[in-house]
Design a protein around this ligand. Structure first.
Ligand SMILES: *Cc1c(COP(=O)(O)O)cnc(C)c1O
Length: 373
């Protein structure tokens, strides 16, 4: 094979790329030829394929893939300026809380925590002045539902940028941009990739001004997702609808089963008709997701559960094929101060279960055995 032959094979790359049913991984740092792509920190075709796909799923115009969910959140917070005021869900992913309190509060940016399940509480804070409103719905771990349309309307009227962390429902069940959000964020580590094998984040927006700023931020902070990880998330997305349906089916069954058990105190799953946000969730989402939180009657039971089972593993994270049980107190929400944890309800009796894709009979048998110790 001559050097010329090799070059012609490489030269065919573009059309082969189009023809590939699964896009190739462009594992390159730099691109010659002065075309659309120049350097992978700025853009890369595999990452672009993922960004296009997630933009489409969220009904957005622009998407940016980051090296983690937190990198996506950090990039969105990088839109803020000194003196800005931000209203945030009081029940929040622990890492986002740490990012706010350990980093951004040092930069002269004010963050206030509000109960986002109450439109009135959000309104009161927005009226005091807000440059950004950041909501999770359902919240992590208490599964509270925020009235996204109402908050979106308030933000539109005041000019606050409305950001929704949509990790828990995934774009399959909820599209915050259609409900009035300016930016929707995902920890793609969770349901989007779905296989416990990658850490990634996504931000999607319809606003050209925000997209321009986020493009600059991503290029400047250097926190864009690698080609290989982009490919993994893209692969996960291929089965997102099937997985979300099964996650939800198992979550419903588990929530119903937990309710019948004497060791269980309360079950928090928005799919249950008695959940305080059930009707609201139904009005703005097409499903309730695959995460169930619950309290047990005594902390001893919680200690037994976090030993894990045969198929339910004791581990952080959620949204993958494997059922994971998490103890927010010592894991995901350990960085939240005791007083705030108490207020939200994160006690030594609270557990969160990301219900996996296993046969429900196996999940049921496992949790039953775990409860017996
Ligand atoms: C996990 C998670 C994050 C952080 O994502 P990473 O990919 O772990 O950085 C942010 N928000 C929510 C709701 C999460 O569950």
């Amino acid at each position: 094979m001559t050097e010329k032959d090799t070059l012609s094979i490489l030269g065919d790359g573009d059309c082969l790329y189009e023809a590939s049913v699964s896009p190739p991984i462009f594992q390159t740092s730099t691109f010659g030829g002065g075309g659309e792509y120049s350097y992978t920190r700025l853009s890369n075709p595999t990452r672009r394929a993922l960004e296009k796909e997630t933009a489409k799923l969220e009904g957005g115009k622009h998407a940016f893939a980051f090296s983690s969910g937190l990198a996506a959140i950090n990039s969105v917070f990088s839109l803020l300026k000194k003196g800005n005021r931000v209203v945030v869900s009081d029940d929040l992913y622990g890492g986002t809380y740490r990012l706010i309190t350990k980093i951004y509060q040092n930069y002269g940016i004010e963050f206030v925590f509000a109960d986002m399940s109450s439109a009135q509480a959000v309104k009161t804070e927005i009226e005091k002045g807000a440059d950004m409103v950041f909501a999770e719905s359902p919240t992590n771990p208490m599964m509270k539902i925020a009235p996204l349309r109402e908050i979106g309307e308030m933000c539109k009227q005041t000019g606050a940028v409305f950001v929704v962390d949509n990790t828990f429902l995934s774009p399959y069940f909820q599209n915050p941009l259609a409900l009035g959000a300016d930016i929707t964020i995902h920890s793609a580590t969770k349901f989007l990739s779905g296989h416990h094998d990658t850490v990634a984040g996504i931000a999607v927006t319809n606003r050209d001004d925000i997209a321009e700023a986020l493009g600059m931020i991503s290029m400047t902070l250097g926190n864009a997702l690698s080609p290989f990880e982009s490919w993994l998330v893209l692969r996960g997305i291929r089965t997102l609808p099937l997985r979300m349906q099964k996650h939800q089916q198992n979550a419903f069954a588990l929530a119903e089963y937990l309710k019948t058990l004497p060791q269980i105190d309360k079950v928090y799953y928005p799919g249950l008709p008695e959940h305080s946000g059930h009707e609201l969730c139904k009005s703005q989402s097409s499903g309730f997701g695959g995460v169930v939180s619950f309290t047990v009657k005594d902390a001893g039971t919680a200690k037994r559960l976090i030993k894990g089972g045969k198929i339910i593993k004791f581990a952080e994270s959620l949204g993958g094929f494997c059922s994971l049980i998490t103890y927010p107190l010592t894991q995901t929400h350990a960085s939240i101060p005791e007083e705030m944890r108490q207020k939200i309800g994160i006690t030594d009796r609270l557990l969160r279960l990301s219900v996996g894709l296993e046969d429900f009979a196996d999940i049921k048998a496992d949790i039953t055995k775990m409860l017996e110790g």
